[in-house]
Design a protein around this ligand. Sequence first.
Ligand code: NAD
Length: 485
Amino acid sequence: MTHPAQPKASHFINGAYVEDTSGTAIPVIYAATGEQIASVHAATPAIVEQALASGKAAQQAWAAMTGMERGRILRRAADIMRDRNHDLSVLETYDTGKPLQETLVADATSGADALEYFGGLAASLTGEHIQLGEDWVYTIREALGLCVGIGAWNYPTQIACWKGAPALACGNTMVFKPSEATPLCALQVAEILHEAGLPAGVFNVVQGLGDVGAALVTDPRVNKVSLTGSAPTGKKVYAAAAAGMKHVTMELGGKSPLIIFDDADIDNAVGGAINGNFYSSGQVCSNGTRVFVQKGIKEKFLARLAERVGAAVIGDPLDEATSFGPMVNEAQMNIVLGYIEKGKSEGARLICGGARCDMPGWYLQPTVFADVTDEMTIAREEIFGPVMSVLEFDSEDEVVARANATEFGLSAGVFTKDFARAHRVIGQLEAGSCFINSYNDAPVEAPFGGVKASGVGRENSKEALKHFSQVKSVYVRMGDVEAAF
Ligand code: NAD
């Protein structure tokens, strides 16, 4: 019998499901069992062409609709997503392995928030009027044209919506390529948008690996590329986009600092560290994986942390009691196991976890290392798994310098009861998305994105609209033209 996760076809182009079985098969393996539950095919050059041509053909008519009309469709899609939250959450769990306890509140709901928020803003996209004596200039905020969205595997529904919603609100069309590791959810987003009334061709989904992404990025019809992925992929995609002088948004990886001062509320700080390291089994770009704890409370913090991590419920992701699921796939599990071994061999002190779970599927134990030093591999490289590094510090100046000593700059957090210090420290941290006495909140109203090697541009909030539109300025002369000859 066909598994319920099996999609109707691999791609969604010009308002309909499309199949081309001559493309390489991409199996979908359920991370909790290791069993294949579905299969899609990578886009062939003919499929890529069909998607780009349909996105290009649909763009002008979509941009010519009023913002109110475009927004109404996005908001209708948000309502459909919320109505189907349970089924979409189960699919997200099959796609990623993340526990239903999380997907019920973080994926389709967050996608719906983006559709509702940008749907609501679509009608208020305006230019400005600049009076210059009797002459004047007016500006028009225009769509960029055809956009390409490329996703990572940790939040397949959310990423499709975080890119699609602002792009479409501005009058762009999109071809979206999900990660080959999680190809299922973006197809549902496309289907729901069309049910809500989206014209054919405005939002298309094609499957494939990096070569399909590269073919999309280099096509001359494409005006903008928005990637969520690792920093090495980001460098390649940014360079390819630059060759065609295309706009980019790059949402890349991180190695973010979470700084806990002596005066912090210990339980809140431990909660922040848990949210910033073990949610989605650590597969979150903004995670605060370098937890700097001030000397005076370090042992107390570690003891409380070990106790609370021990309460994680590891098991069947479809059981709502489960709070910690498997890694997305075997390859990622092995990468993380390699880092755990490095942590041990480079002399970090293992507080808890440190091994694969003795059960089917790609489960790792939530792992905490203490006595981590700045030079250790686990403190320098993005692991993208449930491995927390705890580092000790003495003074504020010292921790700020050490927190900033990384190529990355996605997020940063501070826990302290001293608000003057909290703002002073956040002000000095090189990061795009910061938290005070919290960690990893990502409401659609707040700009999200990184500095340094963590990215370019911002998603969410009104900022995202600037990255999916451009300004045309028009000088209007009311009198005669003076010329030199
Ligand atoms: P990845 O870089 O391996 O792949 C990302 C996407 O890029 C995939 O869809 C892949 O097929 C595609 N791709 C690969 N090579 C390409 C090329 N040459 N041209 C065009 N497309 C190409 O990343 P991943 O392993 O899927 O995801 C994990 C990474 O994503 C982590 O580094 C994580 O930090 C990052 N991430 C960042 C954010 C953010 O918002 N900043 C969010 C989630 C994940």
